[in-house]
Write a protein that binds this ligand. Structure first.
Ligand code: PLP
Length: 319
């Protein structure tokens, strides 16, 4: 199947500059300040509070084989974040959905990573009062990307547990999807220093929290658990709960200690960027026998099966 469609052939909003540089990666389309633009031209002011203070919220949904996966849940989380941050945008849910459809359609991508975001914006007078800032909504569609590459998906990721602590939920409500990633990025460098491919960091009690862009699950004696507090309530995490309910597996949100993770039968991570991804090595030691476990494999297969099920996915309006 072709991975692109011809946007010229359809009646879509126009892209302000139709010259898309094929060498500019990632190739995609952004919506910014009321216009559709090639990604390489989507730029914001350095005075935007989103940049200066990480004062922003966002959500990322993916398109697989021309279909959005669980778009409604992503819109719910995005609008929830806007409300908690007291940001307003000139679009309702349908308006945002329409823009996301157009970004994907104009990009031609059939497998895409689609982000909607809102920054506090900038105040016309450079006031320090956030109420004076004009909130800025943006969206974009670029090629689908995964936390794990094809090799890692097959053999499982090598993860290190860093001693860095995820920003406390008392400081930032983790349900507001945000760009506060300094803890996660420092954790990643710890992981690289130790020869691992990615990191998990801790919650304020020393239990496992999450990683850069993903939640984590462990399986012990056929039961699944995932950290309950101080983590983004991921849509893929929620999908794992839904899949478990469908097939009769027990899954709970609870504290997951470092020891529990190290002695688990199976470990996997979850993200819109890649779905359910196995972990087979933690801090240089194999998880159980070091092979991708049967529950992980079963859930991975089920997850991808749901991508063409109308109860879980909806077609992109390419025309
Ligand atoms: N945790 C963090 C910090 C994230 O940034 C993400 C996704 O970007 C996730 C977890 C996974 O969430 P989702 O499954 O909704 O992609």
């Amino acid at each position: 199947m072709s991975n692109t469609v011809d946007p010229q052939a359809r009646s879509l909003p126009s892209v302000s500059d139709r010259h898309i540089d094929p060498h500019a990666y990632p190739n995609g389309i952004a919506f910014l300040d009321g216009q559709y633009l090639p990604m390489s031209q989507a730029k914001i002011s350095v005075l935007d509070w989103g940049f200066l203070h990480s004062d922003a919220t966002y959500d990322t949904v993916h398109v697989w084989d021309g279909r959005f996966f669980r778009l409604d849940l992503h819109l719910d989380r995005f609008f929830g974040g806007l409300e908690k941050l007291r940001m307003t945008i000139p679009f309702d849910r349908d308006g945002v959905a329409e823009i996301l459809h157009s970004c994907v359609a104009l990009s031609g991508h059939r497998a895409a990573y689609v982000e909607m975001l809102c920054t506090r914006g900038a105040s016309p007078t450079f006031s320090r009062d956030p109420r004076q800032a004009i909130n800025r909504f943006m969206a974009f569609a670029v090629p689908f990307g995964s936390v794990a590459n094809a090799d890692q998906l097959q053999r499982g990721l090598r993860v290190a547990i860093s001693d860095k602590v995820r920003i406390s939920p008392a400081s930032i409500d983790p349900a507001i999807k945000n760009y506060h990633w300094l803890d996660l990025v420092r954790g990643l460098y710890d992981a690289y220093d130790r020869g691992a491919e990615t990191a998990l960091i801790l919650d304020f009690n020393g239990n496992v929290a999450e990683g850069p862009g993903f939640n984590v699950f462990c399986v012990k004696d056929g039961k699944l658990s995932t950290p309950a507090i101080g983590v983004l309530p991921g849509i893929t995490r929620r999908t794992v709960f839904d899949l478990c309910a469908e097939v009769g597996l027990t899954a709970i949100a609870a504290d997951v200690s470092v020891a529990a993770l190290r002695t688990a039968d199976e470990v996997f991570i979850t993200s819109t960027a890649g779905g359910i991804m196995p972990v087979t090595e933690i801090d240089g030691a194999p998880v159980a026998d070091g092979k991708v476990g049967p529950i992980t494999s079963r859930l991975m297969a089920l997850y991808w099966e749901k991508h063409d099920d109308p109860a879980w996915s909806s077609p992109v309006r390419y025309a």
